[in-house]
Design a protein around this ligand. Structure first.
Ligand SMILES: Cc1cc2nc3c(=O)[nH]c(=O)nc-3n(C[C@H](O)[C@H](O)[C@H](O)COP(=O)(O)OP(=O)(O)OC[C@H]3O[C@@H](n4cnc5c(N)ncnc54)[C@H](O)[C@@H]3O)c2cc1C
Length: 476
């Protein structure tokens, strides 16, 4: 059997390659950059360990636990300090701990009595049944009130998507919220009643899922997968064109040492949506003789370039412990736009995991840009540090100068599942129907988080395995 080509050595591509290889199916992973891991980037420098892309994996599915077991990484897994559970949201210029219980909700200073009353009324608000797609902002205002949007959801949306709540679709970006309303008529009723069903499916709600990393940061996972895949991973190799053939797909490849063509039985595209728009894909409507070049036509993938990926910069700063007034015990602080800060939020990185800063020091990782202030993300590193410091001084009582600083810029960071995004998902399903043995997986299709990408990689490997087994059965 010819190997399955996987385009992209981010976590989706590597996970799918790993499971296909374990199933005895040969694989080749093509990655255009010089390193594996995609947006995952951990660096160690001067006693600090900094993450620039994702910081933690949420263990939302047993497939994630299984991957860690299957890759032999259990002993390198690092669970956060139990004290790091607290999450803060900024209100009136200071971080306030998010309530973790119903009692905490009634006593928190995060919301006014009016907002609390609006939340208590939520179970009595009739569900919307007209099927119209809504933004997360419209949805939240309708069910929980304006204050809840401005002082909580806006901050969460910036922290998860670096997105704009007025544009993100509740059905596409937060499908579980939309489903709670559709099924139970209320978010609060659904939270209570839905727990039993989640337990049955062995799923864990995102807000309760354990989070973890590894002793040397998240990069450990792609590095280990790469080692286990060995020569199957080809770095510095771009795929520029796919052409359907009688036996599968021919890939045009470009590397430093030249250009060539490789034949594969199937292809998994695990890159980004904006790079997909640049890929040439030629299919043949005469499947019996595609090798003859009859009825060939190029697919128009340009619409995938419309998917917005706003720029984000991450700014990791180290400080002497005594130079920071706030205890910084917890996960971090999210900042709603209404508070007027430049950063979107900050993660208390060295409180989360023990080995992230030298003794007597701490690390704070802040994010700049996103849909809120896209123009700020591309500022030079010294300006990013300056504006981040200004916010951290006001928010956390930071004094003195940083003992460590490092910035990373993602010109296209996270896809925005805005209202209308379903059209792109339909296009992908449609192409998969028209172009057998071409599959799409990853953050632009199956959810934007690292855990979604891992689950997407596992699922696509199973689909490809089934597909190849059934075509083999048909031929034999
Ligand atoms: C700044 C930032 C912070 C984040 N924080 C979190 C977090 O805290 N928690 C969380 O759960 N998630 C977080 N995420 C999201 C999460 O990291 C990603 O969704 C996930 O890592 C995506 O993995 P992927 O493999 O689907 O895509 P990617 O990591 O984007 O990998 C795609 C790969 O495909 C390659 N490629 C594309 N086209 C081609 C081609 N034609 N030929 C060869 N190679 C190609 C690219 O070079 C790239 O390496 C964050 C993302 C960013 C950017």
């Amino acid at each position: 059997m010819k190997s399955v080509a996987i385009i992209g050595a981010g976590i989706t591509g590597l996970t799918s390659a790993f499971y296909l290889k374990r199933a005895g199916i040969p694989v080749t992973v093509y990655e255009m950059s010089h390193r594996a891991g995609g947006v995952i980037q951990s660096i160690r420098s001067n006693g600090y360990l900094a993450e620039f892309g994702p910081n933690t994996i949420l263990e939302t599915s047993p497939k994630i636990t299984q991957l860690i077991r299957d890759t032999g990484l259990e002993s390198r897994r690092l669970d956060p300090d139990p004290k790091a559970e607290a999450r803060y949201v900024v209100r009136d210029q200071r971080p306030i701990e998010m309530p973790g219980s119903p009692l905490g909700f009634f006593t928190t200073k995060l919301f006014t009595p009016m907002a609390k009353l609006a939340v208590m009324r939520e179970p009595f608000i009739p569900p919307r049944r007209d099927g119209r797609e809504e933004s997360i902002a419209e949805f939240v205002v309708r069910r929980l009130g304006r204050e809840f949007l401005d002082h909580a959801i806006d901050a969460v949306v910036a922290g998860v998507y670096a997105g704009d709540p007025q544009k993100l679709s509740v059905q596409q970006a937060f499908p579980k919220l939309a489903a709670l309303e559709a099924k139970y008529g209320s978010l609060i009723k659904g939270q209570i009643l839905g727990g039993r069903e989640r337990r049955k499916r062995a799923e864990v709600a995102r807000d309760r899922a354990p989070k973890f990393s590894f002793d040397e940061g998240l990069q450990v996972l792609p590095d280990t997968l790469c080692e286990l895949l060995g020569e199957a991973v080809r770095l510095n190799t771009s795929v520029t064109r796919l052409t359907q053939t009688a036996e599968g797909w021919a890939l045009d490849l470009v590397a430093k040492d030249g250009e060539w063509r490789a034949e594969h039985s199937a292809v998994i595209y695990a890159g980004t949506a904006f790079q997909l728009a640049e890929l040439g894909v030629e299919i043949s409507s005469a499947l019996s003789s595609p090798a003859l070049g009859a009825n060939r036509r190029a697919l128009d993938l340009t619409s995938f370039s419309e998917i917005r990926y706003p720029p984000v910069a991450s700014v990791a700063l180290g400080f002497r412990r005594e130079d920071v007034t706030h205890p910084c015990e917890g996960f971090g602080a999210l900042i709603p736009k209404i508070e007027g800060f430049k950063i979107l939020g900050t993660i208390f990185s060295s409180s989360l995991f023990p080995n992230r800063a030298p003794a007597g020091h701490l690390t704070l990782t802040s994010y700049v840009g996103g849909e809120r202030y896209p123009e700020l993300a591309s500022l030079p590193a010294e300006r990013l540090v300056e504006l981040t410091l200004q916010d951290l001084r006001a928010l956390l009582g930071v004094r003195g100068e940083p003992t460590f600083q490092h910035c990373a810029f993602y010109p296209k960071a996270i896809p925005q599942y805005n209202v209308g995004y379903g059209r792109y998902r339909e296009m992908m399903s449609d192409i998969e129907m028209k172009a057998p043995n071409l599959f799409f997986a990853g953050h632009y299709r199956d959810g934007i988080s690292l855990s979604d990408s891992i689950v997407s990689g596992c699922n696509i490997a199973a689909r490809v395995e089934n597909q190849l087994a059934s075509s083999h059965a048909l031929l034999s």
